[in-house]
Design a protein around this ligand. Structure first.
Ligand SMILES: [Zn+2]
Length: 545
């Protein structure tokens, strides 16, 4: 039987018919958006007035997040800003290292098993005048239990002395760019980059397999999606071992699982040839709510962690250039094999030198395998300049920018990392659109909180945490921002034919809103109240999820 939903307003994002009052749904798909009279022509129907006073938008699409956020909430939240967990509890932000240590000590006191590690997440020393946390700091919490705290960027970890001991790394003579040493010649406990973090992970509860999430973590992540109006979310860096894929297929397939997850296979622990074979195989096992078959490559680190690769003149504060996470030769082989197999690759670049490497590498690979509509996407790509956006356009690339950075780290980018001029061009949304590069914007949750309407607010206003407008010229309109968090993100995932607008034939995926994002004004976009979602024609209320 057809259901026709009545709404205060339906914002369709379909350019041929942008507004409607009703939407008809049959078997999880949209029959059409229009007036009740028009939709009655589809035959017998139930009129559902649940949303009669709500605004419907296409279900929001988060183009870059990580389902591991659902797992991280089991650990101690060490972030600077208040943040809401999947169950709706808000954790106050921690404003000093002392406050971080106090929350860790409280959690430590609650652990009975002396062997169990104490794990934290979302730490960011940049808010503490970049004073780095050392193992001696963490030893004040405990010297008997290993501690590991993941930074907000996900690219750096701090550990205590016990954790270094267990990993066999409490020794002199270590020579690794990701393992800084103290004046005693021993590691300080800050581990930068995957190579340095990996040996510690198993000892501090931050094993790499976490990237694959787990059953309760996946369900928790999906609850967050409902709270934020998200019906499709990319899980951008998953190792996707077979047992995890089976689990994800099963959980996503449950009748009450409220989101579509697009999980990318990260290029790690596997040769380029094996990677592409595996991803071709994964693509075949996709289901409606678990989409597989895209590759993710990480090219450099993070700007605020000074591990991103910058072109000259480099970091504003004189910090040495960052780290390459992939060898150029390996990147070339991945691109060539992916293009030949028709597999899409998303490349994480933060610094402009990393972006340049991807552009150069793809240009050469495309000469070997010309591929119209390859949709290779630059992820973050925060520091790209105008010339690089023009090259993206010429090469047929998409970009997924990270405007949340303006709010969370804009002040630091201005004062410390890249300086005033480049801070203003960071995440240059207006230049991307003017250059004709298909664009998405994202949260990179758990790096910043999931919430496409908040991300849209960041792109529209470019306001930093201290209230500075950073890059007035790169602000975009509300209409552009709303298209970007729906059709824009869907395009980068190859899903714009299925989701991203409310129109005939697409999945019945809606964000159900109390306020009208097209009327509330750009300054208040982040305050739009979210009632919940409809996903595949199934209704999910945030209040009861
Ligand atoms: Zn990410």
């Amino acid at each position: 039987m057809t259901t026709i939903y009545e709404a205060r307003k339906v914002v369709t994002m379909n350019p041929s018919r942008p507004l409607a009052t009703h939407v008809a749904v049959w078997d999880g798909r949209i029959l059409g958006a229009g007036s009740l009279d028009e939709l009655a022509g589809w035959g017998a129907y139930n009129l559902d007035r649940t949303f009669a006073d709500k605004v419907l938008m296409p279900g929001l699409v988060e183009g870059h997040s990580h389902v591991a956020e659902g797992v991280q909430w089991r650990f101690v939240y060490c972030g600077y800003f208040d943040r809401t967990d999947p169950d709706g509890t808000t954790w106050p932000g921690l404003r000093s290292i002392e406050e971080v240590l106090a929350r860790l000590s409280a959690a430590n006191a609650g652990l009975s098993d002396p062997k169990r590690p104490l794990t934290g997440w979302a730490l960011d020393p940049i808010y503490f005048d970049n004073r780095r946390i050392t193992r001696e700091d963490l030893d004040r919490v405990t010297t008997t239990r290993p501690i590991g705290i993941m930074h907000a960027s996900g690219h750096i970890m701090n550990v205590n002395t016990r954790a270094l001991e267990l990993a066999g790394l409490l020794r002199a003579g270590i020579n690794h760019p990701g393992i800084p040493l103290g004046s005693d010649g021993l590691p300080t406990g800050e581990m930068k980059g995957p190579e340095a973090m990996t040996p510690l992970g198993p000892h501090v509860g931050l094993d790499r397999s976490l990237l694959a999430s787990d059953e309760p973590g996946l369900r928790a992540f999906a609850r967050l999606c409902v709270r934020k109006g998200v019906t499709t979310a990319a899980d951008l860096a998953n190792l996707l071992p077979r047992p995890a894929v089976e689990m994800m297929l099963r959980v996503c397939g449950e009748g009450n699982f409220p989101a579509r997850i697009v999980s990318l296979r990260i290029a790690r622990d596997i040769s380029p040839a094996e990677l592409i074979d595996r991803v071709v195989e994964l693509r075949k096992s996709s289901s409606d709510r678990l989409r597989l078959g895209i590759v993710k490559v990480i090219v450099d680190g993070s700007i605020q962690g000074f591990s991103a690769r910058l072109k000259p003149p480099g970091y504003y504060n004189g910090a040495p250039n960052g780290l390459w996470y992939v060898a150029p030769e390996q990147l070339r082989e991945i691109f060539e094999r992916a293009l030949a197999a028709g597999i899409q690759v998303h490349s994480h670049t933060n610094g402009d030198q990393a972006t340049e490497l991807v552009l150069d590498t793809l240009e050469l690979a495309l000469r070997k395998s010309p591929s119209p509509d390859h949709r290779f996407t630059l992820q973050h790509c925060q520091l790209a300049n105008a010339a690089q956006f023009r090259r993206m356009r010429s090469l047929g690339m998409c970009v997924n920018l990270f405007p949340n950075h303006h709010f969370y780290w804009g002040d630091q980018h201005y004062a410390l990392t890249v300086g005033p001029e480049r801070a203003e061009r960071m995440n240059a949304c207006a230049t991307a659109l003017a250059s004709g590069v298909p664009m998405a914007i994202h949260s990179d949750a758990p790096v910043t909180p999931l919430g496409p309407l908040f991300t849209a607010w960041c792109a529209v206003n470019r306001v930093t945490a201290s209230g500075r407008v950073l890059g007035m010229q790169e602000r975009i309109s509300v209409a552009d921002a709303l298209r970007t968090i729906t059709l824009g993100a869907a395009y980068t995932l190859g899903l714009d034919g299925e989701v991203g607008s409310i129109e005939c034939g697409k999945h019945a995926d809606f964000a159900v809103l109390e306020d009208d994002p097209t009327e509330i004004g750009g300054e208040r976009l982040k305050d739009v109240r979210i009632w919940g979602t409809v996903q595949g024609g199934r209704i999910f209320a945030a209040a009861t999820i």
